[in-house]
Design a protein around this ligand. Structure first.
Ligand SMILES: NC(=O)C[C@H](N)C(=O)O
Length: 324
C-alpha cells in the first residue's frame, strides 16, 4: 500500500454550515481529521494539520510553511504522494507557488470543496478520494502540482477558479484538464509543459497587482511607486495595452527601478507589442515593461515575488524568468 501524506489547511472542505444563521463557518476543530476512515483502504495515510484557515486568510508565509513541511516529510523517502486540502478562493495561488518552488517528483495533489462537510451534496470527501486516487497513480509522478476537483485534474499553471459556488468551480481555460477521473480510474490526456523552478526559502518583497480599465490614469501606479513596492503586475487590456494616461505611472515605476510585469486581463491569448498608439504594447515594451504570457495576474505576481528574491535587475528578470 502506498503511503500518502494528507495535509489539511482549512477552507470550506473543513467548514460546517450553520443552518440557523445561514452562514458557513470554520470551527475549532477540522471535521476532516476524523472523516478519512474509508479512504484508508486506498492508501496508508499520515495526516497533518499545519493550518486551519479560510483560504482568503492564507499568506505567502503559509505557502512557504507548506513547502517546508512537504520537503521535510518527503526527505525520508517514505512518502509516495501528498494530498493538500485547501480553501478554493486562493487554491490556484498556493498551487502555483508550490509548483514553482518545490523541487520534487513526488505527486503533490491539491483539492477542496464548494460545499461544507454537513451540507447536502457535500463534495469534500469525494474530492479527497479522487485526490488520493490521483496521488497513488503511477503516471502522476513528475507532473508537478496537480489540482483535483469534480472529477477533473488540472495543472497548477493552467487552473483557475471560474465559479463562485458551483461544484465545477475549476477550469484549465486554455488547455482543458490534463486528466479526468471516471469510475475511480485516473486518465491523463497530455503531458504538462516543464515549469521553471525558483529556489526560495523566504519572501521579503512586496509586489502589487492591479487591473487596467477603460479611462485608467496613473494615480494608483504613482502610489505604488511612492510606497516603494518592489514590483508591480498589471492585468492589461487585450493584447497588452493601457490607456494613455496610465503610461506616465508605468514610466515612474520603471525609472525608480521597480519592475512592471504585464499580463492580459483576457482569459486566453498572448501579450505582444503589436499596437503602436500611445499606451499600446509597443510603447510599453520600449519603456522596459516585462511581457508575460500564459499566467493570470495572481500567478504572475507570485512568480515575480519569487524571482525578485534572486534578482531585481529588470533585464535579468525578463531574460531568466519571464522569457517563455
Ligand atoms: N469553497 C471554498 O473553500 C471557499 C472558501 N471561502 C475558502 O476559500 O476558504
Amino acid at each position: 500500500m502506498k503511503h500518502i501524506l494528507v495535509i489539511h489547511t482549512g477552507g470550506t472542505i473543513s467548514m460546517e454550515a450553520d443552518t440557523e444563521n445561514n452562514t458557513v463557518n470554520i470551527g475549532d476543530t477540522n471535521p476532516l481529521t476524523k472523516g478519512l476512515e474509508d479512504l484508508r483502504k486506498l492508501a496508508r495515510l499520515t495526516v497533518k494539520e499545519p493550518l486551519h484557515k479560510p483560504s482568503p486568510h492564507i499568506t505567502i508565509n503559509d505557502m512557504l510553511e507548506l513547502k517546508r513541511l512537504i520537503e521535510s516529510e518527503c526527505a525520508s523517502g517514505d512518502i509516495d504522494g501528498v494530498v493538500i486540502t485547501h480553501g478554493t478562493d486562493t487554491m490556484e495561488e498556493t498551487a502555483f507557488f508550490l509548483d514553482l518552488t518545490l523541487d520534487t517528483d513526488t505527486p503533490v495533489i491539491m483539492t477542496g470543496a464548494m460545499r461544507s462537510i454537513n451540507e447536502t451534496g457535500s463534495d469534500g470527501l469525494y474530492n479527497i478520494l479522487s485526490a488520493i486516487r490521483t496521488a497513488v497513480y503511477e503516471k502522476s509522478i513528475g507532473k508537478g502540482l496537480l489540482v483535483v476537483f469534480n472529477d477533473e485534474i488540472h495543472t497548477a499553471r493552467e487552473v483557475t477558479k471560474v465559479h463562485t459556488t458551483n461544484a465545477a468551480a475549476f477550469q484549465s481555460v486554455v488547455t482543458g484538464p490534463i486528466g479526468t477521473i471516471t469510475n475511480g480510474s485516473v486518465t491523463f490526456h497530455y503531458d504538462p509543459l516543464p515549469e521553471l523552478k525558483i529556489k526560495v526559502n523566504k519572501i521579503t518583497k512586496r509586489v502589487g497587482l492591479i487591473k487596467a480599465y477603460a479611462g485608467m490614469d496613473s494615480s494608483i501606479l504613482y502610489t505604488l511607486s511612492e510606497l516603494k513596492y518592489d514590483g508591480v503586475v498589471i492585468e492589461a487590456l487585450g493584447q497588452g495595452n493601457l490607456p494613455p494616461d496610465a503610461v506616465d505611472g508605468v514610466d515612474k515605476l520603471l525609472s525608480n527601478g521597480i519592475p512592471v510585469v504585464l499580463v492580459s486581463r483576457c482569459l486566453k491569448g498572448s501579450v505582444q507589442d503589436t499596437y503602436g498608439y500611445p499606451g499600446g504594447g509597443k510603447q510599453l515594451k520600449e519603456l522596459g515593461v516585462i511581457f508575460c504570457t500564459g499566467l493570470n495576474g495572481q500567478k504572475a505576481r507570485l512568480k515575480l515575488l519569487a524571482a525578485l528574491m534572486q534578482t531585481n535587475e529588470i533585464q535579468k528578470l525578463k531574460d531568466e524568468y519571464f522569457s517563455a
